[in-house]
Design a protein around this ligand. Structure first.
Ligand SMILES: *Cc1c(COP(=O)(O)O)cnc(C)c1O
Length: 399
């Protein structure tokens, strides 16, 4: 696990250097963000597609000005993210997809978003006219009914009975000529951490079920879940597929990756508070929590990369790393180490920029980790910090 994930740290992140900073905290690695963004911008250059940042994965807006030099805008899951994209990446396009929009929010949403994607024919009928009158580009999310992964069913929008996207059956039953005339584009999002072969399979399903209507569209949004910046990702095939869609249906292709934008561009620094033993298993209790500070470790689940940590059995000393909360399952994973761990040791988790700072919580009254920026030139600055009031303000009157 001591691999390329930590390449950006060499020489910079020596534990001694960080010993004085209050743990836990996140570091966002600007150089890594840039190298991801360079890959994405080369796809834009080679294909003429547009790429949006899916903010639900990464919304550390201090980096939006940097990202906007490489990508085309932001994608939002609702009102607040749309506003954030509008405010913090003002030169970019602002797209929004939401499973259902609210009457009381839709007018304000129209202030921020330029592309609005609906999840059902009902919602298109309800809000499409108003959006069109305001000059918005209108899309509908389709469901190509093509599952390409079985590992993580909660991340499979094509699972049986999924509420996400309109199937061709439903389209045939509900779509009318006047609603169709509102549509500028179609949107699908079916992948999760997948390579371009899965997109190829999905695009065939999209063509089979919706090829006829795509001829009438100005754009096709292929969603997120493309692991574009991962080492083994086949970018050539992605570019081929984008060009295929572009030429076949004469439209603009959008991608809206979240994870790929900030892949491996962050670290979570934590400290060993205690080490306990039960039934031969040694568990370190850290000041960082899986449940609070890396929720996908439990939700997905997965074991995050750890600097100096190896799979169990590889090195001599094995530990279970766990958080300080009262949740029995607040376990980050099992690792082995070349040396024994001690109370006070600093541990550095990798790939901690995505689905962390924008997804963490204060369960158990846990503090939110502060957020630091590691600039491309190695400079280190605090972006924000959190305290007791960030915990309290969500729970009652603000007096
Ligand atoms: C989650 C999501 C994304 C981003 O997915 P990643 O796996 O982070 O690339 C993009 N679009 C939609 C509609 C999503 O729900």
């Amino acid at each position: 696990m001591t691999n390329s994930v930590f390449k950006g740290l060499s020489g910079k992140l020596l534990p001694e250097f960080f010993a004085d900073i209050k743990t836990p905290y996140y570091i966002i690695d600007e150089a890594k963000l840039i190298s991801n963004a360079e890959i994405l911008s080369s796809v834009i250059e080679n294909t003429g597609c547009k790429i949006l940042l899916a903010q639900k994965a990464f919304s550390n807006f201090d980096f939006y000005p940097l990202l906007s030099r490489y990508i085309s805008g932001t994608e939002a899951s609702g009102l607040f993210e749309a506003r954030l994209g509008y405010e913090e990446m003002p030169d970019g396009e602002v797209h929004v997809f939401c499973a259902a929009y609210r009457d009381d929010e839709f007018p304000e949403l129209l202030e921020y978003a330029d592309h609005i994607v609906f999840n059902s024919v009902n919602q298109l009928k309800k809000f499409g006219g108003a959006a069109k009158e305001r000059g918005k580009s209108i899309g509908l999310r389709i469901n190509p009914e093509c599952s390409t992964q079985t590992d993580h069913e909660i991340y499979d929008p094509c699972a049986r009975g999924s509420r996400l996207g309109v199937t061709r059956d439903v389209w045939n039953r509900e779509m009318t000529d006047s609603l169709l005339s509102l549509l500028d584009g179609l949107h699908f999002h079916t992948l999760c951490e997948q390579n371009s072969d899965a997109l190829e399979t999905t695009l065939k399903a999209v063509e089979m079920r919706f090829g006829d209507v795509l001829l009438r569209m100005k754009w096709l949004n292929m969603g997120g879940g493309h692991h574009i910046t991962k080492e083994d990702y086949d970018v050539r095939l992605l570019e081929k597929l984008i060009k295929y869609a572009r030429d076949k249906w004469d439209l603009t292709v959008y991608l809206e990756p979240g994870e790929a934008v900030a892949l491996n561009a962050g670290y979570l620094i934590s400290r060993v508070l205690d080490i306990v033993e039960n039934g031969g298993i040694k568990t370190t209790i850290l000041d960082a929590s899986a449940a609070c500070h890396m929720p996908d470790v439990i939700e997905m689940p997965y074991t995050p990369p750890l600097l100096g940590g190896y799979p169990t059995g590889v090195k001599n000393y094995s530990y279970r790393l766990a958080g300080p909360t009262c949740l029995s399952g607040d376990i980050i994973g099992e690792y082995s180490f070349a040396d024994e761990l001690n109370i006070g040791d600093i541990l550095v988790f990798g790939d901690m920029a995505i689905y962390t700072t924008c997804k963490n919580n204060t369960f158990n009254g846990m503090p939110l980790p502060d957020i630091y920026k590691m600039s491309a030139d190695g400079k280190f600055t605090k972006l924000t910090d959190f305290g007791y009031l960030d915990f309290k303000m969500r729970l009652g009157s603000r007096g």
